[in-house]
Design a protein around this ligand. Sequence first.
Ligand code: ZN
Length: 427
Amino acid sequence: MSPSTAHIQDLAAYVTASPSSFHAVAEAGRRLAAAGFRRLEERDAWDASTGSFYAIRDGALIAWVVPESAGATTAFHILGAHTDSPSFKLKPKPTTGKYGWLQAGVEVYGGPLLNSWLDRELALAGRLTLHDGSEHLVATGPLLRFPQLAIHLDRAVNDGLALDKQRHLNPVWGLGEPADADLLGMLAGSAGVRAEDIGGFDVVVADTQEPRVFGARGEFFASGRLDNLSSVHAGLTALIDTASTGPSDGPISVLAAFDHEEVGSGSRSGASGPFLEDMLLRIALGLGAGTEERLRALASSFCVSADAGHAVHPNYAERHDPVNLPVLNQGPLLKINANQRYTTDAPGAAYWAALCRAAGVPYQEFVSNNVMPCGSTIGPLTATRLGIRTVDVGTPLLSMHSARELCGVEDPGHLATATTAFFRAGQ
Ligand code: ZN
């Protein structure tokens, strides 16, 4: 099996195990623990200095490797990404329905391509918190569907589908009377807890279709949540590799996977919150750093903000910059924006170019067409908060924010290879 085939199969397994941000960090934690990383609880005192560790805060995870030679001024090399994807979140009192249908009340989460969620077999996944404070992951099998209206009842639908987010997006999940049904009770059953014990829940809708390689030469990979589990997985792979075979005198390698990027990152587990800063401070304290040493370490640190980006769409090429036209399987994007929606600057671009060249990884530049407003990432937030030089990179996709996105089979592996080189690079 080629390295890229093995990587894409492992990415498929990771995405499948991660229908919600809570599952994404649990699966990452499981893989890290199996590789010898020790989980630290934020409320405990830490006796950690050198070694491999991780901490989980709600749907976010930070994991790091401190090499043997690390001291108070050792730089951090940070791969930042996000665990959440656009979706729908279960509302309070979610059991609804009429005309003999059972339906679910859901709230739109972030900016999904709504049409892509129609006519799919969907699951519910997330966490339940019980009255005793205990937390339980829950994931159902295929349960719901947003059924599209037949064309006979909407003859103009192919001129432009208009979906009212409140009226038209109430998925069906069974037949019967809502008064006799209990969606939360069903979730409690699949989590092995009692419905009356549930005190709160964060549960989203997720597509159940298996990821798949396809195309004339197997060059494409279709999957949900490539934005941005393709980056989390690349960072995870690189960090586990670095823990076992990395140099003893390298930088401190850090994977920072935040939640809530799709809704602006403003939460205690989002990139605008203090999670990364808190972890870096505690790592530095464990190495005996005072304020002076800590600021010196940050000044020589570097962050790669990895998030999915746009490949050129052959049917809409005019929406892209006419010169910078990224394609699939030609390597990760280096994202550039004059208005600082992406952080990449000249020293950052030069650093990334040298890194990719040394690692034997191709890369390509992305810049927006001036009349197309550009998205943003956790990069500017992290750089603003910590003052660490940052570049924005990521896997090129088509159909970003679709329930089933599309990337090339080579690019996620290229990103992981570049990230491994970044974690091993000299300070
Ligand atoms: Zn993203």
